[in-house]
Write a protein of this length. Structure first.
Length: 191
């Protein structure tokens, strides 16, 4: 049996949440995010002071209604994504990457209108990457990159792009890693 509080989210007073047709607008102090809904949501007050949002299994579109066995999955996914969006509006998202390998370095180059990251990753050439305007980037050392932004999806996507420049090697562990990422290294062949 599902507990009645399972798919309920408490909305902080500093955030405004507006539902319009199949979209949910979440407005914080700094940013506003838009979320496309697949299932219905209900708003209610608890003790007339706290605003709550409940995600239901009732589909909003006909294509989802035809897949009744997937409604529970859509409900859980919608619940998790709304929680994530509320958290990203309240707090800035931060991802930290480290370069692991001899001679691997990163430099931040600032021009008048844009910023570039310059990677030295053991290739015969340097790799350059333009930094989007929505993201703030810091390089505290030549082997560390700190990515900060208000939208968690864009921060995670940019961190994944940077990580794809040098995927960690499964034998030596060289490459671009998240700060606390643990790699299970393979044993090399012994002759």
């Amino acid at each position: 049996m599902i507990s009645p509080l399972k798919y309920q989210i408490k909305i902080p007073k500093s955030i405004k949440v507006i539902k319009s047709k199949n979209k949910l607008y979440i407005k914080g102090a700094k940013t506003t995010t838009v979320f496309n809904l697949k299932t219905k949501i209900l708003f209610f007050y608890n003790n007339k002071t706290e605003l709550f949002l409940k995600v239901t299994r009732i589909p909003l579109t006909n294509d989802i209604a035809s897949r009744k066995n997937k409604l529970k999955i859509f409900q859980g996914t919608t619940y998790a994504l709304i929680k994530q969006q509320l958290k990203s509006v309240l707090l800035d998202s931060v991802k930290t990457l480290t370069l692991s390998g001899i001679g691997y370095k990163v430099f931040l180059i600032r021009k008048k209108n844009f910023q570039l990251l310059c990677f030295k990753l053991g290739y015969s050439h340097n790799i350059y990457c333009k930094i989007p305007n929505t993201i703030t980037l810091k390089c505290p050392s030549v082997t560390t990159i700190s990515i900060t932004g208000s939208n968690i999806e864009k921060v995670t996507q940019f961190a994944a792009l940077l990580k794809s420049f040098k995927v960690p090697d499964s034998y030596k562990g060289k490459g671009i890693l998240y700060k606390n990422e643990l790699l299970k290294l393979k044993e090399s062949k012994k002759t």
